[in-house]
Design a protein around this ligand. Structure first.
Ligand SMILES: Nc1ncnc2c1ncn2[C@@H]1O[C@H](COP(=O)(O)OP(=O)(O)OP(=O)(O)O)[C@@H](O)[C@H]1O
Length: 482
């Protein structure tokens, strides 16, 4: 129940704050649920800015903890609930109740520091502007972006697959808006794009704690825009996004087909670039390949630097597992990390998920992590995988991909159009199944194991030298293992 989430968190915050602060800033807030979202009403802009600035991040943290780690959808608004049942936090004990509609004027009012909207100006004196709807309605103000503090450069494992992306992100973090703007990271799911984006944001905030770094998913941008339109607050929406130091938008492919959002984003994008404010975007594909995205956006996305994040190679996957285990203070033997990494190839999120399951199993059974324990705890996933990545399935997938017949893969034909896909299929069989070289040779029309070995070496070489082969191989690997 979202309202309870808020009330419990506020209750917790009450113990962390001096009573006078609680009563002045938190108590006047009212809460209302709107579907799965929470609307928090502040009586005036001054309280809103102050709460936004000083307490909102902490409140979001508290709510996230109580919401199984999921960041709830919360908006801070000016106004009050229209219904009769106003949910207001109870006052903190041992302190006189604070005024509900205005903060104590004797209270010193330092300027807002983080993520304050542009209009965050003088206390309570701000008159209603033409952007502000009539009394009783609310002006939408963005919630403070909540960066995941654990997504840092330190916790990001570098490997060949993400080296360029990491270097570019680091460059942006170190020298925002003067290097690559926008930075566009793209690649398959769960490969660390969001992690890198947050790492930049965290670094910017570390260097300049007052920086306005706003992270959001593209769907949130769309939803906020719709809400702003409904509430006649589109100017405030525009001003907010144009006032940030860095705008981080995840999964930009969700803009596809949403013309009004693209239009708004287009203008925001231009304004930010002109103002030398940093933009970082992620997507699951190359900008030009996002169907339903306006050409002018596609072309602008390429103005800075566009970097592909590839699935990590085996060594990197092992290093990621070792790092995650170390972070969780869990003893993970190297051969166990290797065993898991060999089997979860295309997505770091799944890799992490597998490790979490193994760790949980080890806790429950009070047994140290071993290959046997891993087999037991990941039984269903491993069985599923083995089924998916049989040599038969590899042959079928490769034949479909290259538009040739399975029989060609097994035949003696040596033409390049058949021989290369056959080598790719053999190399994949070696990489993703546990079959031996002779077994693989047998499955490919009774070939010798040295032929399979040669194919594996050849494909490894070509993946280094030939971008097309490398892309084909990665695509196939992803199809087979995700
Ligand atoms: N190189 C890496 N080092 C450490 N952790 C990583 C690395 N790559 C990914 N991860 C972890 O994998 C998980 C998924 O990464 P992330 O959310 O950044 O993926 P993504 O590419 O943004 O995927 P999606 O497109 O689904 O949003 C995160 O927990 C992240 O910390």
């Amino acid at each position: 129940m979202p309202v309870n989430l808020w009330l419990q968190s506020v209750d917790f915050l009450r113990d962390e704050l001096p009573a006078q602060h609680f009563n002045t800033w938190i108590r006047p807030l009212q809460v209302e649920a709107a579907g799965t979202s929470l609307l928090i009403y502040a009586p005036n802009r001054f309280v809103l800015d102050w709460v936004n600035d000083k307490y909102f991040t902490r409140l979001l943290e508290l709510m996230t903890e109580r919401n199984n780690g999921e960041v709830p959808d919360v908006s801070l608004l000016i106004g009050s609930r229209s219904q009769s049942q106003v949910q207001q936090p109870a006052p903190a004990p041992a302190a006189p109740p604070a005024p509900v509609t205005a903060p104590a004027t004797s209270q010193p009012a330092p300027a807002p520091v983080v993520a304050a909207p542009p209009a965050a100006a003088a206390p309570a004196a701000k008159p209603a502007t033409s952007n502000e709807p009539a009394e009783g309605k609310s002006v939408v103000t963005r919630h403070v972006s909540s960066l995941n503090r654990s997504f840092t450069f330190d916790s990001f494992i570098e490997g060949k697959s993400n080296q360029l992306a990491r270097a570019a992100a680091w460059q942006v973090a170190d020298n925002p808006s003067h290097g690559y703007n926008p930075l566009f990271l793209y690649g398959g799911v769960g490969l660390g794009k969001t992690h890198l984006m947050h790492a930049v944001g965290n670094h910017l905030l570390q260097k300049k704690p007052g920086a306005r770094v706003v992270y959001l998913h593209s769907e949130r941008f769309v939803a906020d825009m719709v809400k702003a339109l409904q509430m006649n607050a589109i100017n405030e929406f525009k001003n907010y996004y144009r006032s940030v130091d860095a705008l981080l938008i995840d999964d930009i492919q969700f803009f596809a087909g949403k013309e009004r959002s693209q239009e708004e984003f287009f203008h925001t994008f231009n304004a930010l670039l002109e103002g030398n404010q940093q933009i970082i975007l992620t997507s699951d594909r190359f900008p030009k390949e996002i169907d339903g995205l306006e050409e002018r956006l596609k072309s602008r996305f390429g103005w800075g630097l566009t970097v592909y994040v590839e699935p990590p190679e085996l060594e990197t996957r092992v290093a990621i597992l070792m790092k995650k285990a170390e972070q969780g203070r869990v003893a993970l033997p190297h051969d166990c990390a290797f065993f898991i990494a060999q089997r979860f190839r295309s997505n770091v999120r799944d890799l992490e998920g597998a490790l979490k399951r193994v760790i949980a199993h080890s806790h429950f059974t009070h047994e140290p992590i071993s290959i046997e324990l891993i087999r037991e705890s990941l039984k269903d996933l491993l069985a599923l995988q083995e089924k998916l990545v049989s040599i038969d399935n590899i042959q079928r997938t490769v034949a479909e991909y290259y538009k040739i017949k399975i029989a060609d893969l097994l035949s003696k034909r040596r033409s390049r159009s058949v021989a290369r896909p056959r080598q790719v299929a053999m190399a994949l069989s070696k990489e993703v199944t546990n079959h031996s070289l002779p077994e693989i040779g047998d499955a490919f029309g009774g070939r010798d194991h040295t032929t399979v070995l040669h194919a594996c070496r050849k494909i490894a070489e070509l993946r280094e030298a030939d971008a097309d082969i490398s892309e084909d191989y990665n695509n196939l690997l992803r199809t087979l293992t995700s």
